[in-house]
Design a protein around this ligand. Structure first.
Ligand code: AMP
Length: 204
């Protein structure tokens, strides 16, 4: 099974991807996570990717496609999270993976700025939460670790990421509609509700 999770930044792709991977045993390939790991490990790719990511721009297609091809070579069942993000990347996927389903997490854009600027990620266990759920506590509610704001979750960068999503990634909705693979899910609800709809799609 090969699945793509589409959706604007803040639509909940990462949260749903973790649940899908746990229930269906698919390898979770998040290009954002892979790129951040490269930055943390100070690799050549990480050095190149950082300036694009900090500016809220997309990392060039060639770099991202090579990264995914490498990660996907050893796995049969896979969930792509945050990839593809451009038509060029989608065409590349057509050449190396037979995608079964594309789940589009649809959400009203007005919800996204608050979701993203309020997002906090645990340094230790990578759990994701929102400042409005912390009741003043600054620690991760899963493991007690230190919470951090992602470097690209500030207002200026989020604006750029949302703009780029509209221009470069949203056209993928039509691309996969034409392939008959697109399934639309309302992502403006509690994450458990969203996941129930995803389960219905994947259990078919
Ligand atoms: P994410 O964690 O999915 O929100 O991605 C964070 C950032 O990583 C994006 O704003 C881009 O700069 C970069 N990135 C992640 N996935 C891709 C991709 N498929 N193509 C280009 N850039 C990407």
């Amino acid at each position: 099974m090969k699945i793509i999770l589409l959706g604007a930044p803040g639509a909940g792709k990462g949260t749903q991807a973790v649940k899908i991977a746990a229930k269906y045993g698919v390898a979770h390939i998040s290009t954002g996570d892979l790129l951040r790991k490269n930055i943390k490990d100070c690799t050549e790719l990480g050095k190149k990717a950082k300036e694009f990511m900090d500016g809220g721009r997309l990392v060039p297609d060639g770099l991202v496609v090579a990264l995914v091809k490498d990660a996907v070579s050893a796995v049969e069942n896979v969930l792509f999270d945050g990839f593809p993000r451009t038509i060029e990347q989608a065409r590349a996927v057509d050449g190396f993976a037979a995608v079964d389903k594309v789940i589009n997490l649809r959400i009203d854009e007005s919800l996204l700025m608050n979701r993203l600027t309020g997002r906090r990620v645990c340094n230790d266990c990578a759990a994701v939460t929102h400042v409005s759920l912390l009741n003043g506590a600054g620690k991760c509610q899963v493991c007690g670790g230190v919470l951090q704001q992602r470097a690209d979750d500030n207002e200026v960068t989020v604006k750029s990421r949302l703009d780029i999503y509209c221009k470069q990634t949203a056209p993928l909705i039509e691309y996969y509609e034409k392939q008959g693979k697109l399934i639309d899910i309302d992502a403006g609800r509690e994450s458990d509700e969203v996941f129930k709809d995803i389960e219905r799609v994947l259990d078919k």
